[in-house]
Ligand binder design. Structure first.
Ligand SMILES: Cc1cc2nc3c(=O)[nH]c(=O)nc-3n(C[C@H](O)[C@H](O)[C@H](O)COP(=O)(O)OP(=O)(O)OC[C@H]3O[C@@H](n4cnc5c(N)ncnc54)[C@H](O)[C@@H]3O)c2cc1C
Length: 533
C-alpha cells in the first residue's frame, strides 16, 4: 500500500499549525484535517462576547520564531478572541500553511495497518464525500477543550427559542438587545461573557450550580514602553517562564501561607489581587498543598464578594464552597458587579438541578423562568472528548475507547501502548491545561518532530511505547496528583462534569520544568520507554 503523507495532523489550532510548519521545515510531507472553516481552533469556535485569553498575550503566543514575536503587536494585556483569531490567521499566512490544510473536514476513523505499518485515515467532508488517506504517522492536535459539553437537561430539545453554546458560538454574532436570556453555567466562559451580555440584554438570568473563584484581570491597553521592554528581553522571559510550573513568567512566592504572619499574608494576597490574573495562585507556594493555606486564599477571595455585591442573598450564593484552585481559576472583568444590575438575576441551583427546559424557558426550584434564548456555558468534555470521538484502532483492532475505559493512560501524554506512530499534542498525562498552553504545545511539537527525524535517520518506521514505561508514567502522574489538593475535589480535570466519565486526574501536575526534564531524559537515553522497529 502506498503512503500519501509522512504525517496526518488532526486539527488546525495553535498545535496543528505549528506541527505542520515544523514538519515541513524538517522535510516531511503532511496533511492537516480541520473540522472548522478556518485556522485558530479554540479562537475559531469560542466567539462568545467577552472571550479572551487569561494568560497575558505577550506570553500566550508562539515563541518558535523570534521574528514573529518581534513583529506582532498585541493591543491589550489579555487579547480578545477576534485579536487571537487574527493572530492565528497571520501565522497561517506568514508560513503559507493553508495549502496543506483541508478545512471543513472531520477525521472520523483511523486504523493502524500492522502489515504496512501505516495509518489509514478516514475523513468526512461537510457536505462532501468520505475520503481515505494513508500516512506513516498520525498526530492529533485536536485540543483539550474542543468538544463542547451539552448537558442532558430534560426538555432541552423542546425549547422554541435559539440555544447557543459558548464553545460553538455563531460566527455572525448574537444580538441580545431587548431579549430575556437564560445562562446555564458559571465557569470561565460564563464569567467572561455574563458582564458583556448583561450590558445588552433586557434581562439575564444566571443559573448557577457551582459558584466559582474569580480574580480580576485588570485588563488594559498595552503600554508601548512595556511592549518595547518585553520585546527587548523576550528570549529571557520565555526562558524564565519554562522554569515555572505553569510555564508563565510570574514570581512565585516560595513562602508558606500558614507560616506567614496574618498581616503579611493579607498584604501578599492583596498585592497579587491588585496586579490581577492567575498569578494570585502563586501568592504562596503551598496553596494547593495545605488545607489551611488554601483556606486563607479562599477566604481572602470570598470576602471580596461581599464588598462588591450589594444584595446579601446574592452575595452569599456567589461564595464558592470548594477549595480555591479546585477548578480552573477564572479571571474576570466586572463579574460580581454585574449582579448589582437591575437586569441580572442569579438563581442558585446547587441544591436542586434545573427541573426541565420548557418551550418558553426553564423550570427550576418550582418556578418558571420565561426566556427568549438560552446560553449554555457548560464547558467541555475535556482532554479526552475530541480524541474519543474518533474511532482510533491500534494493534489487533483495539479501540482507544476500549483502551481508556478506566480513564486515559499514556506514556508522557504523547503516546499510547498498542497505538504505534500515533502522537498526541497535549494529551492526557501531559501538563497541558495546567500550563500556558502555547509553550506546552511547542514543546510537544518539537519533541514529535525531532522523534520523526531520529526515526528517519535510523531507518526506522515504527515507534510505540512499551507497557512498563506507560505504567510507570501513569503511576507517576497519579502519584503527583495525589500530593495536591486538586485531586480531592470535583472538576473537569477529573472528568466530574461528564456523567459516567472515569474519575482520573487527567493532566500532569508535576509542572512544566519537571515534564520537560522527563522528556529530555527519554531522548538522551535513546527514546527510553519506546520500542523502535
Ligand atoms: C475559552 C477558552 C479560553 C482559553 N484561554 C486560554 C488561555 O488564556 N491560556 C491558555 O494557555 N489556554 C487557554 N485555553 C486553552 C486553549 O484551548 C489552548 O490554549 C490552545 O488554543 C489549544 O490549541 P490546540 O491547537 O491544541 O487545540 P484547539 O485550539 O482546541 O484546536 C483543535 C482543533 O481540532 C479540530 N478538531 C477536533 N477534532 C477533529 C476531528 N476529528 N477532525 C478534524 N478536526 C478536528 C477542532 O475543530 C479545532 O479547531 C482556552 C480555552 C478556551 C476554550
Amino acid at each position: 500500500m502506498s503512503i500519501d503523507f509522512d504525517a496526518v495532523i488532526i486539527g488546525a489550532g495553535f498545535g496543528g499549525m505549528y506541527m505542520l510548519h515544523k514538519l515541513r521545515q524538517k522535510g516531511f510531507t503532511a496533511r492537516v484535517f480541520e473540522a472548522g472553516k478556518g485556522v485558530g481552533g479554540t479562537w475559531y469556535w469560542n466567539r462568545y462576547p467577552g472571550a479572551r485569553c487569561d494568560v497575558e498575550s505577550v506570553q500566550y503566543s508562539y515563541q518558535f520564531d523570534p521574528d514573529l514575536e518581534q513583529e506582532w503587536e498585541w493591543s491589550e494585556r489579555y487579547a480578545t478572541q477576534p485579536e487571537l483569531l487574527r493572530y492565528a490567521n497571520h501565522v497561517a499566512d506568514r508560513y503559507d500553511l493553508r495549502r496543506d490544510i483541508r478545512f471543513e473536514t472531520r477525521v472520523s476513523r483511523a486504523v493502524f495497518d500492522e502489515t504496512a505499518n501505516l495509518w489509514q485515515v478516514e475523513t468526512g467532508q461537510v457536505g462532501g464525500a468520505a475520503a481515505k488517506v494513508t500516512a506513516r504517522f498520525v498526530i492529533t492536535a485536536m485540543g483539550c477543550l474542543s468538544s463542547p459539553n451539552t448537558p442532558k437537561i430534560p426538555g432541552l430539545e423542546d425549547f422554541e427559542g435559539p440555544t447557543y453554546h459558548t464553545g460553538n458560538w455563531p460566527h455572525e454574532g448574537v444580538d441580545f438587545t431587548g431579549k430575556t436570556v437564560g445562562v446555564i453555567g458559571t465557569g470561565s466562559s460564563a464569567i467572561q461573557s455574563i458582564p458583556v451580555m448583561a450590558e445588552q440584554a433586557k434581562h439575564l438570568t444566571v443559573f448557577q450550580r457551582t459558584a466559582n473563584y474569580t480574580v480580576p484581570a485588570h485588563n488594559k491597553p498595552l503600554d508601548p514602553g512595556y511592549v518595547r521592554e518585553v520585546k527587548a528581553n523576550y528570549r529571557e522571559m520565555r526562558r524564565r517562564a519554562k522554569t515555572k510550573p505553569a510555564g508563565i513568567d510570574f514570581t512565585i512566592n516560595s513562602a508558606s501561607a500558614v507560616e506567614t504572619p496574618e498581616e503579611e499574608r493579607i498584604r501578599q494576597f492583596q498585592a497579587r489581587w491588585d496586579y490581577g490574573g492567575l498569578g494570585f495562585m502563586a501568592s504562596f507556594s503551598d496553596l494547593l498543598l495545605n488545607d489551611d493555606s488554601n483556606r486563607f486564599a479562599a477566604d481572602f477571595v470570598r470576602a471580596k464578594i461581599g464588598e462588591v455585591v450589594k444584595d446579601p442573598k446574592t452575595a452569599a450564593a456567589l461564595v464558592p464552597k470548594n477549595i480555591i484552585g479546585c477548578k480552573r481559576l477564572c479571571v474576570d472583568t466586572g463579574y460580581w458587579a454585574t449582579f448589582n444590575r437591575p437586569n441580572v438575576t442569579l438563581v442558585d441551583i446547587s441544591d436542586e438541578p434545573i427541573e426541565r427546559i420548557t418551550p418558553t424557558g426553564l423550570r427550576a426550584k418550582g418556578e418558571d423562568f420565561a426566556v427568549d434564548c438560552l446560553v449554555l456555558a457548560t464547558g467541555f468534555d475535556a482532554m479526552t472528548g475530541a480524541l474519543l470521538k474518533v474511532d482510533f484502532r491500534g494493534r489487533g483492532g483495539i479501540t482507544l475507547k476500549e483502551r481508556w475505559n478506566e480513564g486515559p493512560k499514556t506514556y508522557l501524554g504523547l503516546t499510547v501502548v498498542d497505538f504505534p506512530n500515533l502522537f498526541m499534542i497535549t494529551g492526557p498525562g501531559s501538563p497541558s491545561v495546567l500550563t500556558n498552553m502555547l509553550p506546552s504545545i511547542e514543546q510537544h511539537v518539537d519533541f514529535i518532530a525531532d522523534c520523526l527525524e531520529t526515526l528517519r535517520n535510523k531507518g526506522k518506521t515504527v515507534i510505540e511505547p512499551v507497557p512498563e514505561a506507560q505504567e510507570e508514567w501513569v503511576g507517576h502522574v497519579g502519584d503527583v496528583s495525589n500530593i495536591t489538593l486538586r485531586s480531592t475535589c470535583s472538576s473537569w480535570y477529573v472528568g466530574a462534569n461528564i456523567p459516567g466519565k472515569p474519575r482520573v486526574f487527567m493532566p500532569y501536575i508535576g509542572g512544566l520544568p519537571a515534564y520537560i526534564q522527563a522528556c529530555e531524559k527519554v531522548v538522551a537515553n535513546g527514546y527510553e520507554g519506546f520500542a523502535l522497529a
